[in-house]
Design a protein around this ligand. Structure first.
Ligand code: TA6
Length: 297
């Protein structure tokens, strides 16, 4: 049975391989499990709320219409950190393709979190498409400005929590030489290191990363995850490390930061402005690939 729907979630399984599946919570349309031949690829806190009481700590939370906490825009500044998509219940739109198995979810103001749409009274239609490949997972978003008169101004980001073995044995490649904004130092600089390694809390936004750069998570010299992106120029790299993990009630186990790294493709360095009636599309592809160090200038 490729698609199994319950009140809470949808499970999509490959007909040719029942050990490969993806589970999407209707709350936030949050992918919280992707099993590839029974092996879980995403990190999920053991204290993650899956009951709609708060955004899921792990998997692939969806960030829209604002990344982080805005302080300047009249309406966006009223929204909580990372906006309203991840804390609204989306509508399951059904299976749209059998090969590869593909499902869709939709969100519009009429069904979004009413407390938040009151604060950000805009017209929009979001369609999330989740495609389960043989050894890949593609999540695509279409944002439509359904207003007939007003522009729609937004960020988009897939807040992807990858599962890894050991953060201190892990490096992220193909971001070398890129300009980044360090959210902790509150300053920009060019990352001159050949790879990204982790020895402390890390919270940086790589800006305008060419789509030719296939970002790789490498654990002790072995490629464990490859991330390809379409129309998502920025990449956030985040690991909360010890102190921040302690400070998040839904982050468990507290040593969990050693088994996760967030590599988050998005458009967050500025806002997308969509004219009335227009659509914006983007996607991330989580896949496996050979180790491929790209010394792109
Ligand atoms: O994507 C990185 C980040 O913006 C961090 O600054 C940290 O706040 C993280 O998101 C988690 O945010 P959340 O609202 O899910 O606790």
């Amino acid at each position: 049975m490729p698609v199994k729907e319950t009140d809470r979630e949808v499970v999509l399984t490959r007909p040719d391989d029942e050990t490969t599946s993806v589970t999407i919570l209707k709350y936030g349309a949050t992918v919280y499990s992707w099993k590839l031949k029974s092996e879980e690829q995403l990190w999920l806190s053991t204290a993650a709320k899956l009951d709609g009481s708060k955004p899921v700590r792990g998997g692939i939370p969806l960030v829209f219409p604002v990344f982080g906490k805005n302080t300047t825009d009249e309406y966006l500044s009223k929204l909580p950190q990372h906006g309203l998509a991840r804390n609204s219940t989306w509508e399951f739109l059904g299976q749209t393709k059998s090969d590869p198995p593909t499902v869709q979810f939709g969100l519009k103001p009429e069904i979004a979190n009413p407390e938040l749409t009151k604060l950000w009274p805009m017209d929009f239609l979001l369609i999330l498409t989740v495609e389960l490949g043989v050894d890949s997972l593609k999540t695509a978003i279409e944002v439509e400005n359904t207003s007939t008169s007003k522009e729609l101004k937004f960020n988009w980001l897939f807040h992807t929590y990858f599962r890894i073995e050991d953060i201190e044995g892990t490096m992220v490649s193909n971001l070398a030489g890129m300009k980044l904004y360090d959210q902790l130092l509150k300053e920009s600089y060019v990352d001159k290191h050949p790879v990204v390694t982790f020895h402390q809390e890390t919270d940086v936004i790589y800006q305008n990363v060419s789509p030719e750069r296939a970002i790789q998570i490498v654990d002790k010299g072995v490629q464990v995850h490859t991330l390809k992106r379409y129309n998502l120029p920025d990449t956030v790299v985040w690991n909360p490390w010890v102190e921040k993990s302690q400070g998040m009630a839904d982050f468990e186990p507290k040593t969990g930061y050693e088994q996760m790294i967030c590599i988050e493709p998005g458009h967050v360095h500025d806002f997308i402005t969509l004219a009335p009636g227009k659509k914006w599309n983007a996607h991330q592809l989580l896949c496996k690939d050979e180790l491929n160090y790209q010394a792109i200038q």
